[in-house]
Ligand binder design. Structure first.
Ligand SMILES: CC(C)(COP(=O)(O)OP(=O)(O)OC[C@H]1O[C@@H](n2cnc3c(N)ncnc32)[C@H](O)[C@@H]1OP(=O)(O)O)[C@@H](O)C(=O)NCCC(=O)NCCSC(=O)CCS(=O)O
Ligand SMILES: Cc1cc2nc3c(=O)[nH]c(=O)nc-3n(C[C@H](O)[C@H](O)[C@H](O)COP(=O)(O)OP(=O)(O)OC[C@H]3O[C@@H](n4cnc5c(N)ncnc54)[C@H](O)[C@@H]3O)c2cc1C
Length: 408
């Protein structure tokens, strides 16, 4: 069981205070679909952007556990702000701080500490869950790499400056594996060959742009290649290792949205009266509140366990991250729906925050590895073996096993 120490409690309390401002503007962010820049400025001043960046690069060297405390509180007030806190502390920035050159770390730290939320560019129209089937290429030409391809559902596309692009690295016509390529976008047309093709309208989290990005002969200098240990051959695995941090962050954003809805439902049922008494007195509603709190506490326990598994310079454990994300994402969908139900028709109104919480929560069993894919990953870790999802992968596995049996 975890108890927060005094420093962690202070971080949580500071975030809880700022989340009041975040809540005050969250309906307008949802309505306008505009990125909440005023809140980003406040989060930057509060030290919540880039808090996990090591001290030597100007950050606080905060742990993943510190960061999830901030993400949960910010997401309780404003789901978009919660997601901003995730990507400003985990995912791309975590990968760069682990694998980057000093120059790359300097660039990334300066951007994030000044309020940038990096974009991580993995998914393609034909490679979603099957992300390793991506077709975006980076072809080496002299001391540069030329990137061509399309990524979609890129969170922050159009507002983010720092981009970590996953692409197939090709040298001398030979594919080397999947690598990470860093590109800084400084404005609408810079670099011109990173095109924000369109914004994808979404159901929830409406102040966060989701975009389709086109790379058309986008040039990346060799010194902006993020080289993880093991080179391109291990590139995808190493980048996914870092991505486990963002999975824990996404789980926490889901938890925060659900916890915010729960708090508001708990208040509501004690105020709202029907049949001459507060609706909280109806046993069926009490059981709903009980189930909601159980799901939230269980999610928080798995999230904190996963965050704490990272250790000082590592990433959260893959199995723990997947478990936490599955539970928190599925629970957020259930808990926000129950919270809306407790508010009755008022919950269904766009004048109140409940319907927004339901829409905001819905992304989490999809993005960051779907609920189904992450269950596959949990099963793989439990069984200690790969569970290939392609037909030829299954066939190869069966043939290997048959060959082994024949040899015995
Ligand atoms: C991993 C998958 C894409 C399945 O693809 P494959 O079957 O080709 O992959 P594997 O053989 O399982 O893995 C290849 C390689 O990578 C290593 N790996 C994979 N996952 C992890 C991990 N979580 N942690 C550490 N290492 C990992 C694996 O061990 C292999 O390494 P070796 O070759 O053995 O050395 C698929 O399972 C998958 O994860 N799909 C989901 C894709 C996804 O999560 N996309 C997220 C996009 S970003 C986003 O959505 C942001 C939203 S947010 O709010 O955060
Ligand atoms: C709001 C939002 C933000 C996102 N942000 C980013 C981002 O910043 N960067 C980025 O790169 N991507 C991002 N994504 C993309 C996200 O990672 C993908 O949507 C996700 O990986 C699933 O891919 P897909 O949508 O193509 O679904 P598909 O892979 O086509 O899956 C469709 C359905 O089939 C199921 N399925 C697929 N394969 C299997 C299997 N083997 N076993 C069982 N079920 C399976 C899935 O679970 C799902 O239910 C975001 C998505 C959303 C919705």
């Amino acid at each position: 069981m975890f108890t927060l120490n005094a420093a962690q409690a202070r971080i949580r309390d500071a975030a809880r205070e700022l989340a009041k401002d975040a809540f005050a503007q969250s309906a307008e962010t949802d309505r306008s679909t505009q990125y909440p820049w005023p809140m980003v400025e406040k989060m930057t001043r509060a030290g919540f952007m880039g808090m996990t960046v090591p001290r030597e690069w100007g950050g606080q060297g905060a742990s993943y556990l510190d960061a999830v405390l901030v993400v949960e509180e910010m997401a309780k007030g404003c789901a978009v702000c919660g997601r901003i806190a995730v990507e400003a502390n985990m995912g791309a920035i975590g990968a760069i701080m682990a694998y980057g050159t000093p120059a790359q770390k300097r660039i990334a730290a300066d951007l994030v500490l000044a309020g940038d939320k990096p974009a991580i560019c993995i998914t393609e129209p034909e490679a979603g869950s099957a992300a390793s089937e991506m077709t975006t290429t980076a072809v080496k030409k002299g001391d540069r790499w030329i990137i061509n391809g399309v990524k979609h559902w890129i969170t922050g596309g159009g507002v983010s400056k720092l981009h970590l692009i996953f692409a197939r690295a090709i040298e001398d016509g030979v594919e080397q594996g999947i690598g990470g390529f860093l590109v800084v976008r400084n404005g609408a047309n810079d670099p011109a060959n990173l095109v924000v093709h369109k914004r994808i309208p979404s159901m929830g989290l409406c102040g966060m742009p989701e975009a389709e990005l086109h790379f058309r002969d986008l040039e990346v200098a060799d010194d902006m290649v993020l080289r993880a240990p093991g080179g391109f051959k291990r590139g995808f695995g190493k980048l996914m290792d870092a991505y486990n941090g963002q999975r824990v962050g996404a789980a926490t954003a889901a938890l925060g949205i659900a916890a915010g809805a729960y708090d508001r439902a708990l208040d509501f049922v004690q105020q709202r009266r029907q049949f001459g008494r507060p609706i909280a007195e109806f046993q069926g509603l009490g059981w709903m509140l009980a189930d909601m709190s159980i799901k939230l506490e269980a999610s928080r326990a798995l999230i904190w366990q996963a965050a704490a598994s990272a250790g000082p310079n590592g990433f959260p454990d893959r199995l723990m991250a997947a478990r936490a994300k599955v539970l928190a994402a599925d629970s957020a969908v259930e808990v926000t729906n129950m919270a809306l139900q407790l508010w009755g028709a008022a919950g269904y109104s766009r004048e109140n925050p409940m319907e927004r919480a339901v829409r905001d929560a819905r992304m989490f069993p999809i993005a960051g590895g779907t609920a189904q894919i992450l269950r596959n990953q949990v099963a793989e870790q439990l069984l200690g073996r790969k569970l290939p999802q392609t037909r030829d992968g299954m066939l190869r596995l069966a043939m290997d096993e048959a060959a082994k049996l024949a040899a015995e």
